[in-house]
Design a protein around this ligand. Sequence first.
Ligand SMILES: [Zn+2]
Length: 169
Amino acid sequence: MQEGSEYLSEMKNKFYTNLFSKDAKHNSVMMTKQKYDSIIEDVKRIKISKKKESTRDYRIVERYDVMTIRGCEKLIEPISDDRTVVRMFVYAEELFEILHCAHQSINHGGRDKMIKFLNALYKNITQAQIKMYLDVCEFCQQKQKSEYLVGVVINCTLFYHIVCLSISV
Ligand SMILES: [Zn+2]
């Protein structure tokens, strides 16, 4: 299994290099663990004091809530009458693991399957991040290449038949 874990850490490195360097826009969308924890502290402070001291506080309670899941405090989307499903926020350091587990559990499912699966559970995973993950999955990249080759072969055969037919006519 040594090979497998090396392969996985290489995948992870590639993913994070892309996530943090390719596009600064993704950087600002993604929160780090530090930011995630500080928002949790803010939500708890506002809830305890029952006072919103700034417009930032208003924004925070509108956007976030905290829930303890299996002993861990998680940042979630606030639940309301028309939103009864709990969706969690993800921080950068756990993003790869989440994408990887989701991808494996749906048998290397493609972009659309990933989006559907992850959007039901998480609030802040973007299509761009999913695409970045799929770009580093060797298995999916190979599969895509072989599908492309099959396509080329089929087209060639078709072309051959057309040529043969037109010659024999
Ligand atoms: Zn894959």
